[in-house]
Write a protein that binds this ligand. Structure first.
Ligand code: SF4
Length: 320
């Protein structure tokens, strides 16, 4: 039986909503099939007031072993580093977070806010928010660069705004069933199994990307969303086109550009209409190119692709 505790810092509850929609495995399966004991979760736990404080203190003292500590939301440090703007169960949440992280076997940060600071940490960052071990792309965060949990692992980061439900439950199950050693993490402490590939990997519009055939409106069934509509699929690490949302679709296959919500810099262009869904160009060349592609290579590839594009690439190939 693995004890799991889930707390929320500065959060919109988006990752909780995502978690409650998990299917493979579901939140219920965690309890019934994988022996996870959810000590408390903001949407599932009933303990309030003194009882909740006692539960948290018992975890910190070691009376209740804490196997998996999940943190959702940003760590608020304002004002003046006290964290008083985000009080929970009688104390600043940042204090609970640190003391519980220090006694947990594994710590998992869910969503952009817990991993990188997220939207609240965007400049000017009035709440002085940080992620657990990062502030955007900079190492450190609230716990510090060298911090490790009792198991010897740093915080396992599962970014996204929100994170996909199955990314959350699959990692929690791997940890709870003693397979944490199999979770390879990258330089940003993300599980490589989910974040080594790009949103573009598996996108149904890849042929249109290759032939430089552009979609010019949301929802168009033909065309790639990179050239005009600002799709960040080639620069964003996520498996959104390998593990579909609700088992049905991804943004890009229904004609909505990827907005790069798993990357530390998110939100790009502060999500302002007119910038976020518009490819920024200089002399017709996108300012941000697909990961690993240089300007010279892009220009050569794009000109050849345009010349080579077959007639069908301009047609709606999904006609029924
Ligand atoms: S740029 Fe976007 S729409 Fe185009 S192929 Fe890549 S992920 Fe799909």
């Amino acid at each position: 039986m693995a004890n799991l505790l889930w707390l929320q810092g500065g959060a919109c509850s988006g990752n909780t909503m995502s978690f409650l929609n998990a299917e493979e495995p579901s939140a219920c399966d965690l309890v019934t099939d994988f022996g996870i004991n959810i000590l408390w979760h903001p949407s599932l736990g009933m303990e309030l007031g003194d009882n909740l404080q006692k539960l948290l203190r018992d975890c910190i003292s070691g009376k209740i072993p804490l196997d998996i500590f999940v943190f959702e939301g940003t760590v608020v440090n304002a004002p003046n580093g006290t964290g008083e703007w985000n009080r929970f169960a009688g104390r600043p949440m940042k204090q609970w977070m640190k003391e519980l992280a220090d006694v947990a076997q594994y710590v998992v940060a869910i969503g952009d806010c817990a991993t990188w600071g997220g939207i609240p940490a965007t400049a000017p960052n009035p709440s002085d928010s940080k992620g657990l071990q990062f502030l955007k792309r900079a190492r450190g965060g609230n716990l510090g660069t060298d911090w490790k949990s009792k198991s010897g692992l740093p915080v396992i980061n599962i970014p996204g705004c929100p994170a996909h439900p199955d990314w959350i439950t699959q990692i929690v199950v791997a940890v709870a069933t003693g397979r944490a050693a199999e979770i390879e993490i990258d330089e940003f402490q993300r599980p490589k199994t989910f974040f080594a590939s790009f949103t573009q990997t598996g996108c149904t519009r890849n042929m249109h990307f290759a032939y430089k055939v552009s979609a010019t409106e949301f929802g168009q069934r033909k065309g790639c969303l990179f050239y005009d509509l600002g799709c960040r699929g080639p620069m964003t690490h996520s498996p959104c086109n390998r593990i579909y949302w609700n088992r049905v679709a991804s943004k890009t296959n229904v004609g909505m550009p990827c907005i790069g919500c798993t990357e530390p810099e998110f939100p790009f262009f502060e999500l302002m209409p007119g910038t976020v869904f518009k490819t920024q160009t200089v002399m017709g060349v996108p300012k941000e190119l697909p990961f690993g592609v240089d300007k010279k290579g892009y220009i050569a590839l794009a000109s050849a692709a345009k010349i080579a594009a077959p007639a069908w690439a301009e047609q709606d190939i999904f006609v029924v």
